[in-house]
Ligand binder design. Structure first.
Ligand code: GLU
Length: 498
């Protein structure tokens, strides 16, 4: 345990929306910081300019806003350890890279890409990988000669060649790496940009990061980072390498994935979840369960509950499955549990995006009759859009839908005419009063409930699948209900007179 204040960070490269594995890492770092009353920092790692995607910072902030994860220091928050964007810190990296050079921990290397390819090829034949460290032996004269020719060097870190590097990790314990297996990596490129290896060590040191959580794909580089910290003589943060998230084939979950059969995409980046209409509470719950579990066989828990129990040491070492099918039921749970007015406000823009004009008071009436049917917010307009459509534009559904299989078009017309009379006569238009009255009408006409309700349901909703009919009628009101039933009658008459 470190006794210094807990400061964790999320350090994405600006390559678009955040991958769900990255978001889980951010969430775990955030939970850990919050649990320990520490700070959570966002740092943008943009030293690999080729991978830069315009607009990424906005997408990253949108993701944090959506999840409602507050950031203590970052590009937009500022903070005393800024800048929080690596490309604005080049001088610092260059200064410390030079320090390594001057103190014998790094060296200049001048190989061209072609020469490097050739070295790699030769070494492959000998069963070895990577660079062989030959520029370690350049003399001062040779270096001066290269520089006089205008060649720009890279700086490489001098890894120890013998012995072992013994590392520790909160999740994985002690790991020993054979130094003879490691090559001298580039830490500063010839254009003056650092590589990840150098930049993050410097940043994590100067930003006083106490715990580095990151994907296990970085574990093989840990001995390198360990040795860079040692070369500088800096205290190392505590490392926690998180397990990978795997797809259903046991492969690392990549950015895009298609469900078997190719029908729909599995959400993988944060904006997929937003677009599909999942709730942030549900996605938070879902990803907290990947590689960590709450305990007591409890699958549904709030972020605040998780925070009280969360510890990096409890994260599972093994790579974790991505049980996306569970997300729908978790989401459904959160939709049902949500307060009416909150859900109404969340659904408003979803309906508006689908082209409906939304009155929030009406939405609050609609929420209780659809909330148990929704797995995702995006499904709502399809189920209940007819309640918001510009009513003048409502079109009667196809006549065939309004005829029960044991009935005829003419009978449907008669039923609907009787239904109109009944609706006009009802003083109490509440769902229970309607139910009693319609049932009595069916009895009087000598027909089954379903023969009566089929034309009624479909005439007013225009849909075969819709929310409960009596509540729907109550929301529409008598006049609009009757107007729609009349449209339906006209439609049915066309068949009758044929
Ligand atoms: N920029 C690195 C990445 O996106 C960060 C890794 C880390 O968290 O140190 O993978």
């Amino acid at each position: 345990m470190v006794d210094k204040p807990v400061r964790t960070r999320f350090a994405p490269s600006p390559t678009g929306s955040i991958h769900i594995g990255g978001m889980r890492q951010a969430l775990f770092s955030w939970l850990y910081a919050r649990r320990h009353g520490g700070q959570f920092i966002l740092r943008i790692e943009d030293t690999d300019q080729e991978r830069f995607i315009e607009g990424s910072l906005n997408l990253i902030y949108e993701a944090f806003d959506w999840f409602d994860l507050d950031i203590d220091e970052g590009p937009r928050q500022g903070g005393e350890f800024g800048s929080y964007v690596q490309s604005e810190r080049l001088e610092l990296y260059q200064q410390w890279a030079n320090w390594l050079l001057e103190n014998g921990h790094a060296y200049k290397a001048f190989e061209t890409p072609q020469e490097l390819a050739q070295i790699r090829e030769e070494r492959e034949k000998m069963g070895k990988a990577g660079y062989d460290g030959r520029a370690r032996n350049l003399t001062t004269d040779e270096i001066a000669q290269f520089e006089a020719e205008g060649r720009k060097p890279v700086l490489r870190f001098k890894m120890p060649r013998e012995g072992k590097t013994r590392t520790s990790d909160m999740i994985r314990g002690i790991t020993e790496f054979d130094n003879s297996q490691l090559n001298d990596p580039v830490i500063l490129k010839s254009d003056g940009f650092p590589t990840y290896h150098l930049a993050h060590v410097i940043d994590d040191h100067f930003m006083e990061i106490s715990h580095i959580t990151r994907g296990v794909e970085w574990l093989p580089s840990l001995p390198l980072h360990w040795n860079i910290f040692e070369a500088f003589g800096w205290e190392k943060p505590i490392f926690a390498h998180l397990p990978l998230i795997m797809d259903d084939k046991g492969q690392k979950l990549s950015k895009r994935k298609t469900i078997e059969g190719g029908k729909s995409d599995v959400p993988v980046i944060v904006h997929d979840f937003i677009d599909a209409g999942y709730l942030p509470e549900a996605v938070t719950n879902f990803i907290t369960n990947i590689g960590w579990n709450f305990g007591d066989n409890q699958e549904i828990f709030s972020r605040e509950e998780a925070m009280k129990r969360f510890d990096l040491t409890d994260i599972n070492k093994a790579n974790a499955a991505y049980p996306i099918e569970k997300l729908e039921s978790i989401n459904q749970y959160y939709i049902q549990a949500m307060e009416t007015s909150k859900l109404a406000n969340l659904l408003k823009p979803v309906f508006e995006d689908a082209g409906y004009t939304v009155d929030i008071a009406l939405m609050e009436q609609v929420v209780p009759i659809i909330n148990t049917r929704l797995k995702k917010l995006k499904e709502a307009p399809n189920i209940a859009g007819f309640l918001f459509a510009d009513w003048a534009k409502f079109e009667a559904p196809p006549a065939e839908w309004m005829i029960h299989k044991k009935s005829t078009a003419a009978e449907s017309v008669t039923i609907l005419q009787r239904v109109i009379e009944l609706i006009e006569s009802l003083e109490d238009f509440s769902p229970t009063a309607q139910y009693d009255a319609f049932k009595a009408l069916a009895g009087e006409m000598g027909i089954s409930n379903s023969v009566l309700f089929t034309p009624l349901r479909i005439s007013v909703t225009g849909k075969r699948v819709h929310p409960p009919i009596f509540e729907t009628l109550e929301i529409l009101g008598k006049d609009e209900a009757i107007r729609r039933i009349k449209l339906a009658i006209d439609q049915l008459q066309k068949i009758v007179s044929n």
